[in-house]
Design a protein around this ligand. Structure first.
Ligand code: GRG
Length: 300
């Protein structure tokens, strides 16, 4: 199991990608425990969607942020697993024909292609309560459980993820400005990353100022991540990304609005801002720093 000890030298020797892969194995073993066995078709489809790969970046950020406060790694992994369940739900629902209508996800047929639309809808419906059940089962102080539950609910609700999705669907009267797109992507992408890094601060019972700084890190990280996601859609390799490219050619994206050069400049700027928020932690923040830098060179 990856230890996430304060050891920047270890991170220099083993690349960030090795570290992320170790983390993926750790969080997947927790997800494997949390998900019901594949006895029914619904449970089979839930496992298919959650365990079908994925970089596990959101849960990585929970662990990397928790590491700043020496939170036990299992607690962080459980919160990370809850977040991966929510992320998987959002992907399954986003792929549905009534939403983004995508036939592949993570290099495999999307859930509704493999199991049908009705089952895919129910998979998403079932993953949300499973995520909250996971938070409620954490062996931590009740105030921490409550705070994590409240923050996650807020992040994914009608003023968070769902609002971002609604803006994405509602193309009528849309404003084609960078500011409007930043707001939409903050809700669709940023809030989950912000929850991830804030969760470490909540588990670590740190000050409101530090909590706010880590939340800002997550939002800047999400901004850069989404910009580079748009870039990969136009320039990436389909096999690495696990879905067809150029799907967003007619959509409002950072690539369409800014062009490749300005987009890369803006993404670099957001990464720099994310790294600036880490100044109180010095070397101990090396994992979060490496994660932010990775956003600019990721291939999938
Ligand atoms: C359906 C309520 C609802 C929300 C959907 C998150 C979302 C909103 C839609 C997913 C599609 C999309 C383009 C989201 C933007 C964030 C994003 C790039 C997700 C993919 O994240 P990765 O690359 O995925 O971390 P993996 O597969 O690595 O887990």
């Amino acid at each position: 199991m990856v230890s996430l000890q304060p050891n920047p030298l270890k991170l220099k020797n083993n690349s960030f990608l090795d570290h992320l892969e170790d983390h993926a194995q750790d969080v997947e073993s927790i997800l494997n425990e949390i998900l019901p066995p594949p006895i029914t078709r619904l449970h089979e489809a839930m496992r298919y969607s959650v365990l079908a790969g994925g970089k596990r970046l959101r849960s990585y950020l929970v662990s990397a942020s928790s590491h700043l406060f020496d939170v036990p790694s299992r607690e962080a992994l459980q919160v990370g697993a809850a977040l991966e369940l929510i992320h998987a739900y959002s992907l399954v629902h986003d792929d549905l024909p009534c939403m983004d209508n995508a036939e592949t996800r993570r290099g495999k047929p999307s859930c509704h292609i493999a199991f049908g639309e009705a089952t895919a809808t129910l998979v998403g419906d079932a993953l949300i309560p499973l995520a909250f059940q996971t938070l409620a089962s954490l062996k931590v102080d009740s105030e921490i459980r409550l705070e994590l539950t409240k923050e996650l609910a807020q992040a994914i609700g009608s003023f968070g993820l769902v609002a971002g999705q609604m803006m994405d669907l509602n193309q009528e009267g849309r404003r084609d400005t960078v500011e409007a797109l930043l707001e939409q992507q903050r809700l669709k992408t940023g809030v989950l990353f912000a929850f991830a890094t804030e969760a470490g601060a909540i588990l670590g019972k740190t000050s409101p100022e530090i909590r706010k700084a880590l939340q800002s890190y997550g939002l800047f990280f999400g901004e850069a991540f989404q910009m580079m996601d748009d870039w990969l859609d136009g320039h990436g390799d389909e096999e690495s990304i696990g879905k067809p490219c150029d799907q967003d050619a007619s959509k409002l994206t950072f690539l369409n609005l800014c062009g490749a050069r300005l987009l890369q400049e803006k993404a670099k700027n957001a990464v720099e801002k994310a790294i600036e928020t880490l100044s109180p932690f010095q070397e101990k923040a090396c994992l979060l720093k490496a994660a932010a830098e990775y956003v600019l060179y990721r291939q999938k």
